[in-house]
Design a protein around this ligand. Structure first.
Ligand code: HEC
Length: 231
């Protein structure tokens, strides 16, 4: 019978040397990987810059760390996909340029709760305070766990200036003045939120509690893009 594939046996021989064969395969996959990966990092236009996207304020950054610490991202994604149903429900779909200052990004793929990429401004500050204290009080039948301790834990701002300095080192455009005034700016933003919450009939004196930072962070989500699309 005529052989369909003609080989001179060299490939067969290579396959007979498992170690050499593994090394050659690994090398070729690595080269292929680099060829795909390097342009993604080097070609800037791959991530279009959105001019209204700015770095987080010191208080929002602190809130973001609390969000990560509490594992909120295990139930909440922050990535609206470009599908009609998602855009109708959450708003404009997410762009890569929105998360250029996020280290680490929190896109996520698990949605036990709704996507939060556009939650900023959807509710008043007080709603978030009550919802964190007891989700069932604002959303009957909610299966989200309560985070009542956020209203009791003292807000720790001792490292916020260092955090800004490190991010500045990594290329986030904070000025030296931003870094120096980080704690002061965080306190001012916290006081403004606490005042709004108290004025709306919520708990008094939360300006030194972790909850204000988390509220600042949640209220920021998606705001940059809304600013871009406003007429
Ligand atoms: C076990 C999963 C789970 C975890 C963990 C969780 N959530 Fe939720 N979350 C939900 C569910 C379910 C809902 C929808 C019902 C409701 O509003 O409570 C929700 C709703 C929300 C909403 C309202 C969203 C909207 O558009 O109405 C916000 C804001 C929110 N969560 C923030 C947080 C934050 C902040 C944390 C971490 C401190 C957190 N969640 C942790 C499940 C979770």
């Amino acid at each position: 019978m005529k052989k369909i594939i003609q080989t001179d046996g060299r490939h067969r021989k290579l396959e007979g040397w498992p170690l050499v064969f593994t090394l050659i395969t690994t090398a070729s996959i690595l080269v292929g990987g680099l060829v795909e990966f390097i342009p993604l990092v080097l070609v800037k236009s791959n991530v279009p810059v959105i001019s209204t996207v700015t770095p987080f304020s010191p208080l929002e950054l602190t809130g973001r760390d609390i969000y990560i610490r509490e594992g909120c991202n295990n139930c909440h994604s922050q990535m609206v996909r470009p599908f009609r149903d998602e855009i109708e429900r959450y708003g404009e779909y997410s762009k890569p340029g929105e998360t250029i200052y996020e280290r680490p990004f929190l896109w996520g793929s698990k949605r036990t709760g709704p996507d939060l990429a556009r939650v900023g401004g959807k509710y008043p500050d007080l709603w978030h305070v009550r919802h964190m204290q007891d989700p069932r009080s604002t959303s009957p039948n909610s299966l989200m766990p309560p985070y009542a301790w956020l209203l009791e834990h003292e807000l720790d701002l001792s490292k916020v200036s260092t955090k800004l300095a490190r991010l500045q080192l990594l290329g986030t455009p904070y000025s030296d003045a931003d870094v120096t005034a980080a704690e002061q700016s965080a306190r001012a933003q916290a006081a403004a939120i606490a005042e709004r919450v108290a004025a709306d009939g919520g708990p008094q004196g939360i300006e030194n509690k972790e909850i204000v930072a988390l509220v600042a962070y949640l209220q920021r989500l998606g705001r940059d893009l809304k600013a871009a699309s406003a007429p």
